[in-house]
Design a protein around this ligand. Structure first.
Ligand code: GDP
Length: 320
């Protein structure tokens, strides 16, 4: 079986642990959870991903303080269970002690001891910035949402914060090409970045991604993770692959958030899990450490609570 992005040895893991604290997040092959050996499709019986309707059993023993709202019923085909991956181990997690229950459903993410309060109680729109250097300077941890236009970014923001006006702000004419900061629970930022790849826009209206957003990524000290949104209902798109590869080559922390995972196979297209697998295969060369990924749907609520939990563990570790 093909396993990608795996740390090849214990030494690799050790050297990863010598990375700067804020990016000391690593993946690990959790062999006992992986299918035996086959690259054919359909794959053998499921390995690590079980899709549950509640998170009550998904927290690791040490994460007593995890609190998540009940996940709505997940409508996802059994096939989605078979996306093969390399696990993402957050800091503080012992690879030897990872159990299946610690893996967030529909993802490769292990829930570690830093996972904590994941409820969104309050959201404030803090303003829009034209240039990266105009962004808030209070150094609260932030997550930057990035994705192609129409990927479902506004819908996901809306689903995460459960406030329509927030997503509407992101859609207001004039705001879509700005960096919009939303303060959540008065403690961390959700940052809405301009969408890229307006297929039908005239050249002049297209965002100069390299000058604008890259400047933000490379200089933003408080950036905990980029949330790169990728539409799982379509095969990998070049513009998304370019973006993911650029982020990987620059060693920036990233979580791939696959959107529209409720859109199951039509007669011609691939299933979301097939698209997700292809996407990861196509970016693996740019990543020494395989990034965390998660399946979401703003229609069914799939992955919402799990994504918030994942963000809580990254944030709490960053805060430490
Ligand atoms: P944005 O341009 O990235 O902000 O994308 P939007 O949130 O405006 O969504 C673009 C389109 O995709 C809209 O028609 C949404 O209704 C649809 N959409 C967004 N999220 C989902 C999803 O999870 N599942 C499905 N089936 N459609 C979605």
């Amino acid at each position: 079986m093909r396993v990608f992005g795996v740390l090849s040895s214990y030494q690799d893991i050790q050297s990863t642990m010598l990375m700067p604290a804020r990016i000391r997040l690593f993946t690990h092959r959790f062999s006992s959870l992986l299918p035996s050996s086959s690259s054919s499709y359909p794959p053998p019986p499921p390995f690590s991903l079980t899709f549950r309707t509640s998170l009550s059993h998904s927290a690791p023993p040490q994460s007593h303080h995890v609190s998540a709202t009940k996940t709505p019923k997940i409508s996802i085909s059994d096939s989605a269970k078979f996306v093969r991956t390399v696990l993402f181990l957050p800091p503080g997690t012992d690879p030897e002690e990872v159990t299946e229950d610690m893996i967030l459903p529909g993802s490769n993410i292990v829930l570690g001891p830093y996972a904590g309060e994941a409820k969104v109680k309050e959201v404030q729109f803090m303003g829009s910035s034209i240039r990266p250097k105009d962004c808030p300077k209070d150094e609260r941890p932030e997550f930057a949402m990035l994705g192609r236009s129409n990927v479902g970014k506004s819908s996901l923001i809306n689903s995460l914060v459960r406030k329509k006006e927030v997503a509407l702000t992101s859609k207001k004419p004039g705001k879509t090409q700005l960096i919009n900061h939303f303060l959540v629970n008065r403690s961390w930022y959700l940052v809405d970045l301009p969408g890229y790849g307006f297929a039908n826009a005239p050249e002049s209206a297209r965002m100069d991604w390299s000058a604008f957003t890259k400047g933000y990524f490379l200089n933003r000290e408080s950036l905990v993770s980029i949330l790169l949104l990728v539409d799982a209902s379509v095969p990998p798109q070049k513009i998304d692959l370019d973006c993911a590869n650029w982020i990987g080559r620059n060693n920036l922390p990233m979580t791939i958030v696959f959107t529209k995972c409720d859109k199951m196979k039509n007669k011609k297209g691939n299933r979301p899990d097939e698209n997700i697998k292809s996407f990861q295969e196509l970016i693996k060369e740019s990543y020494k450490i395989h990034p965390p990924w998660i399946m979401t749907s703003s229609v069914t609520g799939l992955g919402r609570d799990e994504l918030l939990l994942h963000m809580s563990q990254l944030r709490n570790y960053w805060d430490n």
